[in-house]
Structures are given as C-alpha cells and as structure tokens.
Design a protein. Sequence first.
Length: 148
Amino acid sequence: MAKSRETYSKKENEKKKHKKRQDKAYRSDQRKAGKEEGKSFEDMIAYVDEDGNLTSTRPDPSKVKKVKKEDIEIGVPKREKADVIRKGKVSFFDDSKGFGFIIDKETEERIFVHINSLEGPIKENDKVTFEIEKGPKGPIAVNVQLVG
C-alpha cells in the first residue's frame, strides 16, 4: 500500500492559508459594514491649523495667515545673489579635479569653490575676493578673483 504524500508541514501550511483567507474575508466584511454612505462634503474636508497640523475643525479666522501664490516655492529654491564681496585665502585647489576650498578671512569658514566660478587661474595660498551663494550642500564661492 502506498504511503500518503501529505506531510505534517503541508497540512500546517494549508491550515495557515485557510486561516489567512478567513481573516481577510472577515476584515473585508467589517470594512463594508462600517462604511458610511452619504458623507457630506463638510465631513470630508480637513483643515490646517496655525501650527501646520491637520484638523477637522475650522481654524480661528483671526489666526489665519494670507499667503501669496508667488511666495510658494515647489522644488529647489532659487539661488540667492550675494552683495557682499569677501576676502579670503585659497587653502586647497586641485586643477585636475576642478574644485577647492577658500578660507574666509572674517569667519575662518571653509567655502567650496568650483573651477567654473573662477575669473582667472588660482593656486594654493593665493589671496582672493569672492561672493557667497547658497548651494545645494552649503555655501559656494562665486566670482572668485585673484587679489593683485
């Protein structure tokens, strides 16, 4: 007589699958039973309070801030032009890689400089003037000129 091909682990797996199907059907029935038909438009609206949190109650009109659509920025903010010309010293510059760093004379801060921002050739320990712009990873030196 042939031995049964069903093993203990196969029976257990079938029981688990059957239990999962039952649980899923039960949850589906619960969602359908709890579904509220005919919700009004006002019940579906969510408001943002003065702290930026979502709420179902209408905010206080005295605390509402007016925002111009021109002030809303989506994506990366535009670069801001700097008006102040700063002085500094080139601490490192690699011509082959095309970048380096300048130490600001006032703040002693290291500022990244790219070869495209140079007005002329520079090398280490040169004194330069430059402007600072905000870059995606921090301040960037632009319009870098060698001090003669």
